[in-house]
Design a protein around this ligand. Structure first.
Ligand code: SF4
Ligand code: SF4
Length: 159
């Protein structure tokens, strides 16, 4: 559905540092990823795609037509809501825009004012913040991390 593709292209949280650390692959997909020079992680002897994914760009997935099964099949709560008509597309787009703006601001501010990279992942950033290890950062950044986690929990992730 075109609306789904538009929403995912504007979002990208499945493929960047925000939501996931890996994407499980079938063995033939691991071979495909190796041929594509996409970074892999070993999980209990099985190769998974490392996330942030090496095929992700701000314009979307650069291997869209060949993307692995998990990428084709995963739909977050927000996307499912749009697909089944429970969530108006405009409302979903506004939520994605807000969440994307927060994520971009977090990544930029971390880059500018700390040696912690957003690539560590949102959960790791929240853990560091809760342990007081990000005290040197502007309080507004910690608020952004909290707001983004709240939006994801309420609207993107299953209960
Ligand atoms: S989090 Fe949802 S909207 Fe965003 S890219 Fe993934 S499936 Fe698409
Ligand atoms: S292969 Fe494409 S859809 Fe799958 S995680 Fe990488 S960028 Fe995202």
């Amino acid at each position: 559905m075109a609306e789904s593709e538009d929403l995912c292209r504007a979002c990208g949280f499945c493929c960047d540092w925000v939501l996931f650390r890996f994407a499980e692959l079938f063995p033939d997909e691991a071979e495909w990823a190796q041929r594509r020079h996409l970074p892999l992680v070993d999980r209990a002897g099985k190769a998974s795609l490392a996330i942030p994914c090496g095929a992700h760009s701000r314009a979307g997935c650069t291997v869209y037509d060949e993307r692995p099964t998990v990428c084709r099949s995963f739909r977050c709560v927000l996307l499912r809501g749009v697909a089944d008509g429970h969530t108006p597309f405009d409302k979903a787009s506004a939520l994605v825009a807000r969440a994307r703006a927060l994520a971009d601001r977090i990544a930029e501010q971390l880059h500018a004012s700390s040696n912690v990279s957003a690539v560590a992942g949102l959960d790791e950033l929240a853990r560091l913040a809760s342990e007081g290890q990000l005290k040197q950062l502007p309080p507004a950044l910690l608020l952004d991390i909290g707001e983004l986690r709240m939006i994801l929990k309420r609207s993107f992730l299953p209960p």
